[in-house]
Design a protein around this ligand. Structure first.
Ligand SMILES: *Cc1c(COP(=O)(O)O)cnc(C)c1O
Length: 427
């Protein structure tokens, strides 16, 4: 990137955030990866192969869709959806999985490993490994394996080995530790495909760059569709922050309001959400200095979100800097609001959004009605919701007796009828 937002520096810092906090044994592999990334990805052969795979295999460019019925029902700004949900494997994650796996292939590595929480990044990586004919091991907490049976089966069917991690809370952060351990041991043959804009340098910048195609495409598509390349507002959900950075990077230098949405879970007490900016503090986790949910002793806190992909105690370091500079604003959306947004989009547009993306949608649904009809909102539909159908059904069953649920939400009145038949407000 050029100009004002040209970061990280040579040491991998975004202002005071980021960097490379790893054991001695990982310094050399990370330096090698940095060098290879800088050199290989500049090559014409690499660029052409990546762009071919993204288009003919993954399904890029993804459509930019004007959600007309949604816009009408909310009665304000025009809402455009960037359809990352239509990519192969159902989410933006494949952009990064293919990018890194191809890099590893060019580096002569024959094996890739990855961590996964809900299994989505594991499935994307196992897919890329099969595509490129590489061996693949995915580390996953045994608790997560139990909760995400289908994704475990998908990875195995794709030829990957799923290694259960029975340590700590048996979830994502434990899986990351185990993957790092494997990498140290097998670094000559193996590349570690990290799944978001997290971890030590060069991961945050590398993952960002593999996802910036999202925003770059959206600019061109928006220009073609509306005559102007920039929206008034762009919104994306933020787990580690990769789909958000992928969308926002293209608009950092423009007068576009940018909003990232974290998981507000069920409440503001530590342990009940994954809102790092609302409830976190500076710390070091998995090799990077960033905002982390931790207790007073620096123990990593438990997190909760109805959406597995937003359920992580740290956020990418670049987000911390962009927030500090006032360039991106961050808000939290709670479970109930995300679930309502899921239903509203499904019934209004015929699209089941991922629960992660539903957080971004809920934020948009709050704002659109209060914005001028000439204004344009661009929202990243980071993934499809098929994987979340069971969670949504279970959530609804559990909350069926909370008749006032919709009334509690500060959302547009149209959304309160998400479960009722379409009424005359339409026409
Ligand atoms: C994993 C995931 C996310 C969260 O990850 P980011 O790195 O913040 O993008 C968001 N949406 C979907 C559909 C996901 O699968």
């Amino acid at each position: 990137m050029k100009g004002k937002y040209a970061w990280p520096d040579e040491r991998g810092y975004f202002g005071e955030y980021g960097g490379c906090f790893v054991p001695e044994t990982l310094m050399a592999p990370l330096a090698e990866l940095s060098r290879a990334y800088d050199q290989v990805t500049k090559h014409r052969t690499f660029k052409r192969r990546l762009s071919d795979l993204l288009s003919s295999y993954a399904g890029r460019p993804t459509p930019l869709y004007y959600a007309e019925r949604l816009t009408q029902r909310l009665g304000g700004a025009q809402i455009y959806l960037k359809r990352e949900d239509l990519l192969h494997t159902g989410a933006h994650k494949i952009n990064n999985a293919i990018g890194q796996s191809l890099l590893a292939h060019f580096m002569g590595k024959e094996r890739i490993i990855a961590e996964t929480g809900a299994g989505q990044h594991g499935v994307a990586t196992a897919t890329a490994a099969a595509l490129l004919g590489m061996k693949c091991t995915i580390y996953m907490g045994t608790e997560d394996m139990r909760r995400q049976r289908l994704n475990v089966d998908r990875m195995r069917l794709l030829g990957a080995e799923v290694a259960g991690v029975d340590a700590g809370s048996c979830t994502l952060k434990d899986a990351i530790n185990e993957a790092l351990r494997d990498w140290v041991t097998n670094v000559r043959t193996t590349h570690y495909v990290l799944g978001s804009v997290l971890g030590p340098d060069p991961y945050p910048r590398m993952v960002r760059d593999f996802h910036r195609v999202i925003g770059d495409e959206a600019r061109v598509q928006l220009k073609k569709e509306t005559g102007r390349a920039t929206p008034d507002l762009a919104v994306a959900c933020v787990g580690g922050g990769s789909n958000a950075i992928g969308l926002f990077t293209a608009f950092l230098g423009d007068p576009v309001r940018l909003i990232g949405v974290e998981a507000g879970g069920t409440g503001s007490d530590l342990g009940h959400h994954a809102a790092r900016f609302a409830g976190g503090s500076l710390g070091v986790l998995h090799g990077t200095r960033t905002m982390v949910l931790q207790d007073q002793d620096g123990q990593i806190a438990n997190t909760h979100s109805v959406s597995a992909g937003l359920d992580y105690p740290a956020i990418g370091p670049e987000h911390v800097l962009l927030r500090e500079l006032g360039r991106i604003e961050y808000f939290a959306i709670c479970d109930a609001e995300a679930i309502s947004a899921f239903h509203f989009l499904a019934e209004t547009e015929g699209i089941l959004p991922a629960l992660e993306s539903s957080h971004a949608l809920a934020e948009v649904f709050k704002r659109a009605p209060n914005m001028n009809k000439k204004m344009v909102i661009l929202v990243n539909l980071s993934g499809r919701g098929d994987k979340d159908v069971e969670s949504v059904i279970a959530y609804d069953a559990e909350h069926a007796d909370e008749i006032d649920r919709e009334a509690e939400l500060s959302i547009h009145p149209a959304m309160r009828k998400w479960s009722a038949p379409t009424t005359s407000e339409e026409s």
